[in-house]
Design a protein around this ligand. Structure first.
Ligand SMILES: [Zn+2]
Length: 460
């Protein structure tokens, strides 16, 4: 039904449609001009008439090519089997005093054995007489399921002493089963846990929608570095890896698969020259570089969602998401592991701002009005710094300064030097010399206002 719905645009209106199904109720359902069955599943009922095509033929597939052994065969063969005949009697009455060797395997599990309608059962599995075992095995093996599945199926239906060995033998002797059997369960040694950031880095290339990327991932922090690459060359690989090394330093160990660029002499030389050991995973055994593989999968998930902008923008958005998301392995976001602080994100605006320590500039000793200073003088021909006195404060770092001539200048604190306090000044004539302001600036602030107490002096 799924197939019909999925491909209805392709098959609707075709004059020669033939349907093959293994589901008997569908045979009536698809028959041309057949009345709707009285009992029909709601799922079928929901199928729009438009979707149901007119099939010229509908054929029911047999699920299997005939049942190889039926109950009647088992009953007959059980009665003819010299061991099972004795066993059947023993289970029906009492066990003989002497247990013969062929009977021993059954005797060992006698508590599990019962009889039913001429068959012997172990639990709910039928005990297959010897003459039929080959046929049962052959029918079970027909689909070349492989050892595990064959054993699993057999565990639901049939048993005889040595059945597991028989299945193992038949699968081992079968080239088709051998060809499709799974790789042995990898017995891999987990990587030793690195002790710091960028100690062991895994690298891999990945490909998303026509663009290649180099993926680097740190094993300790799970911090990813990802670069869209222009081409898959060793030179491009080195360019990206060099950028990463410039940021994070040279790792002790670089792990990669056997990609052509990754094992190229140029790249190997680059790593060796930088004192970085290179370890490549075994061919066709990428699990040893599983960290990079998983990072590739994560990156692909993110970069496909961030589908606006060019590849650099999309990569940066994916990287940001990956770096602020806690890793299931470490329980911390990569950024927190690397920087010892979370990265600020757009979501931070939701949170109330904690009072943050005053910026360092604010903690500079403040200059009070009246404080003698030398200020950066930009006037042509003037000395680099000229004397003056603070008049007022403008914000955190800005001050107004009055110079010797009474002119007011606005200066940043970085353009001001604290000058020695003015000496206690005896009353001076108003017409104080103003010839050499740079040489004798400490007294100049009184030239306009007359003698006055020095506020800084009082304050100290
Ligand atoms: Zn096979």
């Amino acid at each position: 039904m799924f197939g019909i719905t999925k491909f209805h645009e392709c098959i609707n209106g075709r004059s020669n449609l033939t349907i093959y199904t293994d589901h008997k109720p569908l045979v009536g359902f698809f028959k041309p001009h057949a009345p709707t069955p009285e009992h029909i599943s709601p799922r079928l009922l929901r199928c729009n008439d438009d979707i149901v095509p007119d099939a010229v033929g509908i054929h029911l597939l047999e699920l299997s090519s005939g049942i190889p052994v039926n109950r009647k065969d088992i009953v007959e063969a059980t009665q003819q089997d010299p061991v099972l005949r004795v066993l059947y009697d023993a289970l029906s009455t009492t066990w003989p005093d002497v247990i013969t060797t062929p009977l021993q395997p059954y005797y060992n599990i006698k508590m599990e054995l019962t009889t039913l309608d001429g068959c012997i059962l172990r639990g709910d599995r039928v005990v297959v007489p010897e003459v039929l075992r080959g046929r049962v095995l052959a029918s079970l093996h027909a689909a070349h399921h492989g050892m595990t599945k064959m054993k699993a199926i057999m565990q639901s239906y049939a048993w005889w002493p040595g059945v597991t060995t028989n299945i193992t033998d038949i699968v081992k002797a079968c080239p088709t089963c051998r060809e499709h059997q799974r790789n042995p369960t990898p017995s891999y040694t987990p990587w030793p846990t690195p002790s710091r950031h960028w100690e062991r880095v895994h690298g891999d290339f990945c490909y998303v929608d026509g663009q290649n990327f180099l993926i680097l991932i740190d094993a300790w922090s799970r911090w990813p570095e990802i670069y869209p690459v222009r081409n898959l060359t060793a030179a491009e690989l080195i360019r990206c890896v060099r950028t990463a090394f410039a940021t994070h330093g040279v790792p002790n160990l670089f792990v990669s698969d056997n990609g052509r660029q990754l094992v190229s002499p140029d790249f190997e030389n680059f790593l060796a020259r930088n004192g970085c050991q290179h370890l490549t995973s075994a061919p066709y055994f990428p699990q040893s570089n599983g960290l990079a593989e998983r990072t590739v999968a994560t990156f692909k998930g993110f970069v496909k969602k961030f589908n606006e902008g060019d590849w650099h923008a999309r990569t940066d958005r994916a990287l940001f998401a990956m770096r602020i998301t806690p890793s299931s392995a470490t329980g911390e976001a990569p950024a927190v592991r690397v920087f010892n602080r979370p990265l600020r994100t757009p979501w931070d605006v939701m949170k109330p701002t904690p009072p943050h320590p005053e910026p360092e500039a604010n903690r500079l000793p403040r200059l009070e009005p009246g404080q003698p200073v030398s200020f950066r003088d930009h006037r042509p021909g003037a000395a680099k710094f000229s004397p003056g006195h603070i008049v007022a404060t403008l914000g955190n770092k800005m001050y107004t300064v009055r110079d010797a001539t009474g002119q007011i200048h606005v200066r940043n604190i970085n353009q001001l030097h604290r000058a020695p306090p003015d000496p206690p000044t005896p009353a001076q004539p108003r017409a104080a010399p103003k010839k050499d302001v740079a040489a004798d600036w400490t007294v100049l602030d009184i030239e306009d206002d007359g003698p006055q107490p020095d506020p800084t002096q009082q304050g100290r």
